[in-house]
Design a protein. Sequence first.
Length: 195
Amino acid sequence: MKHAALNVSASTAVLFASRSASSALRSEGSMCRAIIQSRLAMDLTEPVLLTPEGLEKLKRDLGVALQRRAEAGERLKEAFQPGDIEDNPEYEQAKEEVGMLDSRIYELQEMIGRAQIIRDTHSSVVGPGSTIEVVDHEGESETYHLVGAVESDPSAGRISVDSPVGRALVGHKKGDRVTVSVPSGMLTLTIKAVK
């Protein structure tokens, strides 16, 4: 067997080694996907609630990730030195980047594939897509737009329907009072408007 390997051309050896590296990266990618799923507690049967804008953003992010993955794959090929994989920081860095990008691509594809579009509602009952004006016990007014977890940005008034405040508000109407446990204690909100 050793003798046959010596007769292999250098380009064939690099191709074979690249395939081995690709196989290893696929295995690492599978492991990374498992870690991401457990970290995000991603239930692969549940829909991902997104606004139309949120879905478009995920699609753009996927395009960028795919482009970066192709570039990282090229860097991985360029950094590969037959017989010198273990002491090659450029190769290790490129391999790590490819693994991270593969995981991100998988995550984005999963979210896009399970997207359920939230439409702005005109219901009087709070639900995904609702914009709610609430007043707290001190008379401070806040406006929230209920979105899916992926688009949540509390500093911009976009809260997840799965957050404690979001869960407390869902199903209620104008005039209802809800109390919810938050890190700073109990929060009582009165719903002033549902749009």
